[in-house]
Design a protein around this ligand. Structure first.
Ligand code: KG4
Ligand code: ZN
Length: 354
């Protein structure tokens, strides 16, 4: 194996962002982002208060070629100079995943390049290596619109699930709360802004599963649906939107801190020697929330962990993280995946690469 840096094109189409990026580097990072184009379809979905799969896949199909061309030209890289083509192969909305993966297969075939079928969650999980070159192992809190998980990451193919949501993802809870309170979509930034002017102790909302330990490894599970139901009932009584947003956000912070503290215990047991200073990496769109970031930073100070939160542009869905996951797979000596690889609507992280 040589140490020559690898240059990969990444493609991301699993939800409502159409994205392409060119990244250069080698494990363990950090890597260099040569281009990172993200087209958000938020406006197309906003009237419906959530992502409409049919609209999303059509939009990906219409604009993906142009986004890829821009990513290559901004990076000043031709197809022939790439070491591989990485694309999200799941989990996600299947129509969108098919568009991105099929495009990647065509480019890989035309350019005689390896195809790397990337698990979207692995992209989020490894972003802190792209940005900071974080060594394994680390604890990952993945909080987005579709996912809410605590994972011990021991290596590129070593993911240990400590907890996941038994109902809504945390970003979904923000989006539903915004809808209940009459705030715009996407709900996370709107609820965070409203919460800044509210009293977090105004309403006593439930904290489901707080202090509870599930059986088996995945013991640090999350639940948000009870919180959302309580808020819906409260909203019928005529309330302050600012106070309700602040009270909701405070409950979310309590839940995330409690569950992460439990996962830290599991992580210490799995990786007793660790590296100097255990690390907590927070990824996914919800990691952009500053109040949540502050709450997790406090927890890390209490538990002797170092918190690492990639910049918002790399926390939300993007293709740089997909290209980077490809760099990691090829750096580890992988040859890429077969052109017959199928897209997957569901693909738990703990099952590893295809
Ligand atoms: O990672 P992401 O861009 O897409 C998914 O893979 O889901 O995450 C989007 C989610 C949305 O639910 C959005 O409301 C939430 O992240 N979000 C936030 C904030 N910014 C985005 N939630 C709370 N506070 C924020 N500032
Ligand atoms: Zn995501």
């Amino acid at each position: 194996m040589t140490d020559k840096p690898l240059t990969l094109l990444g493609i991301e189409t699993s939800c409502d962002e159409t994205a392409a990026a060119v990244v250069r580097g080698r494990s363990p990072g950090p890597g260099e982002i040569l281009s990172n184009i993200v087209f958000s379809q938020t406006e197309a979905h906003a009237p419906y208060g959530g992502v409409v799969p049919e609209i999303a896949s059509r939009a990906h199909l219409e604009i993906l070629d142009g986004i890829i061309a821009r990513a290559l030209s901004e990076a000043k890289i031709g197809l022939g100079e790439l070491d591989g083509i990485a694309a999200t192969a799941g989990p996600g909305l299947i129509g969108g995943v098919m568009v991105g993966l099929t495009t990647a297969k065509a480019l890989a075939l035309a350019g005689a390049k390896p195809l790397i079928a990337v698990n979207h969650l692995m992209g989020h999980a490894l972003t802190a290596r792209l940005t900071h070159g974080v060594e394994f192992p680390f604890l990952l809190l993945l909080v987005s619109g579709g996912h809410c998980q605590l994972v011990g990451v021991g290596g590129v193919a070593d993911f240990r699930l400590y907890g996941s949501t038994i109902d809504d993802a945390v970003g979904e809870a923000f989006d539903k709360t915004a809808k209940i309170l009459g705030l715009p979509y996407p709900g996370g930034p709107a609820v965070e802004a409203a919460a800044k002017n509210g009293n977090p102790r105004a309403y006593d909302l439930p904290r489901p599963l707080l202090g509870k330990r599930g059986s088996g490894r995945a013991g640090a599970d999350f639940s948000f649906s009870g919180l959302k139901t309580a808020l819906r009932q409260l909203a019928q009584t005529g309330i302050s939107v600012e106070d309700a947003s602040a009270s909701f956000q405070a409950a979310v912070i309590d839940i995330l801190r409690d569950r992460t503290r439990l996962a830290m215990e599991m992580f210490r047991r799995d990786f007793p020697q660790g590296v100097q200073g255990n690390r907590l990496v927070v990824a996914g769109g919800v990691a952009a929330n500053q109040a949540i970031g502050a709450g997790l930073n406090r927890l890390c100070a209490e538990e002797d962990f170092i918190a690492l939160i990639p910049p918002p542009r790399l926390c939300t869905d993007n293709a740089a993280m997909i290209a980077w996951a490809g760099v990691e797979r090829l750096s580890a000596g992988g040859a890429g995946d077969a052109l017959s690889t199928s897209p997957r609507a569901r693909w738990p992280l703990a099952t590893g690469p295809i």
